[in-house]
Structure formats: C-alpha cells, structure tokens
Design a protein around this ligand. Structure first.
Ligand code: 13P
Ligand code: SF4
Length: 341
C-alpha cells in the first residue's frame, strides 16, 4: 500500500473524526511503519483504546485484552509490537519467550497493575491457605506467577465458576470483583480494609485496586444522559462501580461493547469507558450517535502514538523482558485463562 492509498483508506474511515491535515501527516507515519513492519517480520497488536488514526491504520489485529492475548499466542512473526499498556505486552512475552516484544512507550502503565505486588498476594495466600487465586490480567508478571488462573473483563464470570469452588481470592480490581460477586450472588469482603469472610457459605476476597478511568463514572452520569436523551443505550465497562453497572443497559469488555453497537439497532449510545473507543466506534458506525458525556482518556494508553510505534520498530524499543522463573509460573495462569475463553 502506498502512502497515498493509506491516506485514502484512513480518510474513508476517519474524515468526520480526524482533521484532514492530521490525517495526511499520520498516513505518512503509518506508511513508514508498515514498511518497517514487513522488514522486521513484525505483527502489530492494538488495544481498542488506541487513538483512531493508529487504530484504523497499522494494526494487524485490534481487540480487548483476551482477544489480543489469543493473537499473541498464535503469531508466528519474529517481533510483536504491542500498542497497549505494559501488562498486555508482558502477557505477550509470557506466551512468546523466544520473540521480541516491543511496547512503544515506557510510560504505558496501569493503575490496577500498580495496585498490588507479589508480596501482597503471598500474604493473602498465607492468610487464606488453599483458596484459589484469580487475578485480573491487568497485573504484572510477578503477580500472575502467584496466581492459579488469570481472567479478563470478558471471561471473569466464567473463570470463577470453572474453579468448582465457592471461595476465591479475586485480585486486584475492587469493582470488577464486586460485579462478579454480584453476578454469582456471593458476599465479598476486603481484608485489606479489616473485613473478614463469613464463617459459612460462599465468599470472595477482594482487593482495593481501582481503574483510575472507570472509577470516575457515577450513576448521575447515567441519569443525566437518560434525561437528555431518553432513547440512549448505556454501555458500561465492568471496571465501573456496581452502581454504575446497575444503572446501565449493558456491561461487557471493550470488545463486547464494540460488538453490541455493531449489532444493535439503537440510534444513540453512551459509552462509560475510555473515550478514544467512542471515536473508534463512531468512525465505524456513521449512522449511530455516540453521546459524548465523557472526556476521560486513559493517561497510559494515551502514551502510545504512531510516532512511538515507528520508533519502536526503528530503534527496537522498549523491549519487554520477563525473568524465566516468573514467566514459567505466570504462563500456567495465562494459558488456563485462554483455554477457558
Ligand atoms: P478489556 O479487556 O475489556 O479491553 O479491558 C482492558 C482495560 O484495561 C480496560 O480498562
Ligand atoms: Fe489500566 Fe484503567 Fe488504563 Fe485500562 S483504562 S489500562 S484499567 S488505567
């Protein structure tokens, strides 16, 4: 594809979302990235939160955490460029120890991954011996290594029952854990806040991590949207509070939200998630309106740009490494998550 063809492709999709002058500049960058991608035999995986010009130009695959983990597990390319955040690139490395995995920006962190350490998990396991540990994939490799099984927002409610037990430790996202516990009708307690599990019946142990983006949505956002647009369909990511999820019409992973809008006949939607995704969905569904009540970008996902992606391939940076003893233990939890699907 020539630079001109790339510009035309991006324009067809993004003319009503991105200014023309920006499209021309970004098409040039995208063209150079595709040339280097071929030269280095690389695959580019991009999360649904990438900005529209990146999302609709260079990736081989886009998706949510679970889908991108699957693509990472299947690739036969030499280099994986992960346009997402560090825990996602680490998961790709856990699955592909022999390949080079590059994260375009060193600053692509995550407030959830940062909320818990491997020592915290070891302390919980000591306090609650024999109770299986489920960790959200939004954690670093050393935390995954202490875990029985990982989950993502798209399969959490399937992973917990797959353990065939009625007591689990579910880390580190307080709201995802509360939403899963509500679905299962299990009580949830937070030992890090001095709470103890009940003596009988099922229970879940949670942790106090929060997504700095999704914790900012409140039920009043849903009420305001419905007051102004009575026909609006409200979609909330399960990292939002249970109150926000209860006030919404649908809750699911980023990919589940993309599919919901594709398949639904409704005209108007509010997405309670990172707002670049609203731009990406708007670009794909010109006949459907995304009501813009949100201006919250994930500061970590926002670090990943086309410029950084080009430099990642040009300068071979930033290389993701996971020590082998940690990788081997984390792999079991990640593979189990992928198997459950
Ligand atoms: P998804 O797996 O739903 O894409 O979520 C990842 C994430 O970080 C959401 O904030
Ligand atoms: Fe982490 Fe939240 Fe950003 Fe997702 S949106 S990467 S959970 S900080």
């Amino acid at each position: 594809m020539s630079e001109r063809e790339m510009y035309e492709k991006m324009k067809a999709r993004l003319a009503h979302v991105v200014p023309d002058v920006e499209l021309r500049y970004k098409a040039k960058l995208a063209d150079e990235i595709l040339r280097l991608k071929r030269e280095r035999n690389a695959v580019i995986l991009a999360h649904n939160y990438m900005e529209p010009a990146l999302y609709y130009s260079v990736p081989d695959f886009t998706g949510d955490s679970l889908e991108l983990s699957r693509k990472a597990a299947q690739t036969d390319r030499d280099v994986i460029v992960f346009c997402g955040v560090k825990f996602m690139a680490e998961t790709a490395k856990i699955l592909n120890p022999g390949k080079t995995v590059l994260l375009p920006s060193e600053k692509g962190g995550c407030s959830l991954a940062q909320a818990i350490t491997a020592d915290d998990v070891r302390a919980l396991k000591k306090r609650f011996p024999g109770i299986p540990v489920v960790t959200y994939v939004n954690t670093y490799a050393d935390v995954k290594a202490e875990t029985d099984v990982c989950c993502t927002s798209s399969n959490a409610a399937k992973v917990v029952p797959s353990l065939k037990t009625d007591r689990v430790i579910f880390l580190p996202d307080e709201y995802l854990a509360r939403n899963v516990a509500n679905e299962l009708r299990w009580p949830i307690v937070f030992p890090s806040r001095g709470e103890n599990p009940p003596a009988t019946g099922p229970w879940m142990i949670g942790w106090h991590g929060r997504c700095e983006v999704h914790e900012r949505f409140i039920p009043a956002d849903v009420e305001n949207a419905r007051r102004q647009f009575p026909d609006v369909v409200v979609l909330a990511h399960p990292e939002c509070s249970p109150e926000v999820v209860a006030a919404s019409d649908f809750s699911g992973s980023t990919m589940a939200m993309v599919r919901y809008v594709q398949e639904s006949k409704a005209k108007r939607y509010v997405l309670l998630t990172e707002c670049s995704m609203g731009d990406n969905i708007a670009a794909e569904n010109p006949g459907k309106e995304m009501v813009r009540i949100c201006s919250i970008r994930c500061p970590h996902m926002n670090e990943i740009t086309l410029e950084d992606t080009l430099n990642a391939l040009k300068l071979n940076r930033y290389v993701i490494d996971v020590p082998e003893d940690i990788r081997a233990r984390a792999l079991k939890a990640v593979e189990r998550m992928i198997e459950i699907g």
